[in-house]
Design a protein around this ligand. Structure first.
Ligand code: KIV
Length: 273
């Protein structure tokens, strides 16, 4: 939404997310990191787009989400915001932008909102980051929580396996979700947790839960767009459903282009000035 006059009354807001939960309407979300993809995702009717810090893996080829910077997140988010007319646009706060304390977190949150124009931010963690989340909310910035597998803590977890399988971690996750709701978060992402636990959390809080690898009892679902489009065949977790095989389509198309250039078939007369 770039102009002063907002002409699309159907733009999805954080309030609409909460209404959708109350009406029992499932919320669809995908990630996007660039203008062209975000435009397609938006036009296809998605409810929310996340500029995930998974851009670190998907766009830059890093092994973890840890190296991506605020500047890089803002670059991706700005590109997405320019393309989106309808979906709610949420941007991840990257690792290191809010863990050092409240003031640092609020300043970085305001910077991402100001410089990218996104609608809301997502932050990983529960009680440990609650003061910072509260201060960001007090600054008028909507926050989506993120519990379960929180990839910014990969070096602490040591594995990308399913989280909260034992009672202690499950209980902490439920109390973290309630604390995030109480402080004013508009939604919570639940990543790679048992479906039964995700259903319990979803039933116990009034704000929508968005699951990834969290079963069908959450209020919405999110996937990484490049994964669900089948661009990257090397990543096949159990929770991923592939809706296309872009890897093969792109490889074939590029192979055909290479063949046509080599054989001097491209460009032909019609394709020349
Ligand atoms: O960064 C990301 O893409 C995410 C989703 C997996 C929820 O946080």
């Amino acid at each position: 939404m770039s102009g002063y006059i907002v002409d699309d009354a159907h733009k999805i807001t954080t309030h609409r997310f909460i209404e959708m939960k109350h009406k029992g309407e499932k919320i669809s979300m995908l990630t996007s990191y660039d203008y062209t993809t975000a435009g397609i995702v938006d036009q296809a009717g998605i409810d929310g787009i996340l500029i995930g810090d998974s851009a670190s893996n998907v766009m830059a080829g890093n092994a973890t989400t840890l190296p991506i910077t605020i500047e890089q997140m803002i670059y991706h988010a700005r590109s997405v915001v320019r393309a989106v007319k309808r979906a709610l646009v949420v941007c991840d706060m990257p690792f290191g932008s809010y863990q050092a304390g409240c003031i640092d977190g609020v300043k970085n949150a305001m910077r991402i909102i100001k410089e990218s124009g996104c609608d809301a931010l997502k932050m990983e963690g529960g009680i440990e980051i609650l003061d910072t989340v509260k201060m960001i909310l007090d600054a008028g910035i909507p926050v989506m929580g993120h519990l379960g597998l929180t990839p910014q803590s990969i070096n602490k977890f040591g594995t990308y396996a399913v989280r909260a399988k034992d009672d202690a971690e499950a209980e902490k996750l439920i109390s973290d979700a309630k604390a995030l709701e109480e402080v004013g978060c508009f939604s919570i992402t639940l990543e790679k947790v048992p479906a039964k636990l995700a259903t319990i959390v979803s039933n116990e809080i009034a704000i929508p839960t968005i699951g990834i690898g969290a079963g069908n009892g959450t209020d919405g679902q999110i996937l990484v767009v490049d994964d669900m489009l089948g661009k990257n065949n090397g990543f096949s977790p159990k929770f991923l459903r592939r809706y296309a095989d872009l890897n093969s389509i792109m490889t074939d198309a590029i192979g055909n282009y290479v063949r046509d250039v080599k054989s001097s078939d491209f460009p032909n007369e019609k394709e020349s000035y």
